[in-house]
Design a protein around this ligand. Structure first.
Ligand code: SF4
Length: 75
């Protein structure tokens, strides 16, 4: 699973960072950003919770279960 924050939609409420600080943190502009390339094992549930909690649907989630890691860059 890969997630991204659409910073045009982020209103800096901090919910995602509170829910899963291992994955989300503030950037230099005070908006949320994803800190990891891939979600660490065992954190998918918290990331899903963060996605659901985001009031502006700013967290975009993509599943790559069917794609080999070497092919990701071509998507
Ligand atoms: S939950 Fe959504 S709006 Fe709130 S800080 Fe995270 S990405 Fe931004």
């Amino acid at each position: 699973m890969i997630v991204k924050v659409d910073k045009d939609l982020c209103i800096a409420c901090g919910d995602c960072i509170n829910i899963c600080p291992e994955v989300f943190d503030w950037d230099e502009e005070g908006l949320a950003e994803v800190q990891v390339e891939e979600i660490p094992e065992g954190k998918e549930g918290l990331v899903n919770e963060a996605v659901e909690s985001c009031p502006t649907d700013a967290i975009l989630k993509e599943e790559f279960a069917h794609v080999k890691s070497t092919e990701k860059e071509y998507i």
